[in-house]
Design a protein around this ligand. Structure first.
Ligand code: GDP
Ligand code: GDP
Length: 454
């Protein structure tokens, strides 16, 4: 069996109901198994086409109050030890209770990936609790109804990453490249075209680049393929990945009015960026990063799109290493909010570097869609605070409690602290840049929302 999931949560949230739902008729068999402790049931679960072992920690309601907390804790710890992933169940109707928080605290200290399951979410009653559960710092809740069998496909989607390679959840993964085995997920449908915009000042070579990109690709589809400048969006594919190129009005207008001294249309550029998921910002290597280039880059950052920089007309550059170094310096100073931005030297005229450019673009897009598991973030946060503690505020050390990725596209994190208003911006930037390094997210817009949390 591919992996083990433990169902954890306070009494009455619906753990047994979920267990029964997952295990189905195999349950009877499980009960007969010798050696299965009374307060721990195990079974073979099936969800969609994945099979896994599931551990239920329910049945503790019978224990006397006095020993409840201790036994429950011990029992939970044991189940976590055995699990590759934990399903932390809450009752979406009841909202978040102190006991839920207790379980969440316990889980955040462990290195096991956790999926937060908001049960009893059928109908409308569950919505409030699902929102509230965000404060547990365990990521987005998966709303289900174990009793009615609803939301199980979302649960399935969340469990799929664990069905692959066996997971060593205890492995310290701080320095490791993120991998699917650690609960990492790229929330992207490879069959859906990536919305791509190619933007830049006039005359940097956008049209040349686009024509070269499309002309070189054999998979080019659509009857209007040849008339780049007159279509709104062009669908093509790069190495099997469908891509929809969003045409900017600026490109089209150019064919009509053959104007040499064109002005950058900020409105058109912004429109293209807003439609896009991935933006290739084209700059002219012979006029390294002008003010307008930076303005566009900041627009892309503001809109939170994934981005790569195409340094075009590279064929005209003689001292290439020096040019690259100069570019990196300028980026470091002028665009610190996009630290590590990928720059690919290209030539629309010769076609050089285009393959690399597209690969870098797809990589940036994948990072933009990625979700880092909460336990991994919190292990990292704890280590960072140890190495480089947040500053003192009124003589007291500010403590960052926990962190969770609230969203993707762009990666957005909620950071909980007792005094969210007091965290200096410099420390926030430090965290963001360290996060880029640790989790391999160079040049991606990253959002960190500070939240109040006990
Ligand atoms: P456990 O103590 O966590 O194992 O919880 P149980 O599985 O015994 O469920 C506790 C109560 O919640 C029972 O009365 C269940 O019928 C009820 N319950 C479980 N799942 C759902 C659900 O999805 N919706 C609703 N409305 N009730 C549920
Ligand atoms: P756009 O306004 O950004 O669409 O720029 P164009 O594609 O119209 O190119 C502007 C000028 O730069 C044209 O004269 C192109 O021939 C030239 N150009 C574009 N790409 C390259 C390149 O990679 N190398 C060189 N040497 N010239 C280029």
């Amino acid at each position: 069996m591919s992996f083990t999931a433990a169902i954890i949560g306070r009494p009455n949230v619906g753990k047994s109901t979920l267990f029964n739902r997952l295990v189905g008729q195999r349950l009877a068999l499980v009960d007969d198994l010798p050696g299965v402790t009374r307060d721990r049931r195990e079974g073979k679960a099936r969800l969609g086409d994945i099979e896994f072992r599931v551990i239920d920690t329910a049945g503790l309601e019978d224990v006397t109050d006095q020993s409840l907390a201790g036994r429950m804790r011990e029992q939970t710890e044991r189940a976590i030890d055995d699990a590759d992933v934990v399903l932390m169940v809450i009752d979406a109707r009841a909202g978040v209770t102190p006991m839920d928080r207790h379980f969440a605290d316990l889980l955040r200290r462990r290195s096991v990936p956790v999926l937060l399951v908001a049960n009893k979410s059928e109908g409308k009653g569950g919505i409030a609790g699902a929102y509230e559960s965000f404060e547990l710092g365990l990521g987005d809740p998966i709303a289900i109804s174990a009793e009615h069998g609803e939301g199980l496909s979302d649960l399935f989607d969340a469990l799929v990453p664990y069905a692959g390679e066996p997971v060593d959840a205890a492995e310290g993964a701080l320095a490791d490249a993120p991998s699917a085995a650690d609960g990492e997920a790229v929330e992207d449908d490879p069959a859906k075209p990536i919305q791509l915009a190619i933007v830049g000042r006039p005359n940097v070579g956008k049209s040349t680049l686009i024509n070269r990109l499309l002309g070189e690709d054999r998979l080019l589809t659509g009857p209007e393929a040849g008339i780049t400048r007159d279509s709104i969006a062009i669908e093509w594919a790069w190495r099997g990945r469908p891509i929809k190129l969003i045409d900017t009005a600026g490109l089209r207008r150019k064919s009509v009015i053959e104007h040499k001294l064109e002005k950058l249309s900020v409105a058109d550029t912004l429109r293209a960026i807003r439609f896009a998921e991935l933006v290739v910002l084209v700059v002219d290597a012979t006029q390294m990063l002008e003010k307008q280039d930076l303005t566009i880059a900041r627009m892309i950052e503001d809109e939170g799109r994934s981005i790569v920089l195409a340094v075009n007309k590279w064929d005209l550059i003689e001292n290439k290493p020096a040019a690259l170094e100069k570019l990196r310096d300028r980026l470091q100073i002028s665009l610190p909010q996009l630290q590590g931005l990928t720059c690919i030297p290209v030539s629309g005229a010769t076609g050089a570097g285009l393959d690399k450019l597209m690969k870098a673009g797809l990589d940036a897009h994948a990072v933009w869609n990625r979700r880092i598991p909460t336990p991994k973030l919190n292990r990292w946060l704890a280590e960072v605070q140890e190495r480089h503690p947040p500053p003192l505020v009124d003589g007291r050390r500010l403590r960052l409690r926990y962190m969770t990725q609230a969203n993707t596209r762009p990666p957005t994190f909620a950071l909980f602290s007792s005094k969210p208003g007091e965290l200096p911006d410099s420390y926030r930037r430090y965290l963001v840049n360290l996060m880029r390094e640790t989790f391999d997210m160079p040049g991606t817009p990253i959002r960190v929302m500070l939240r109040k949390g006990a």
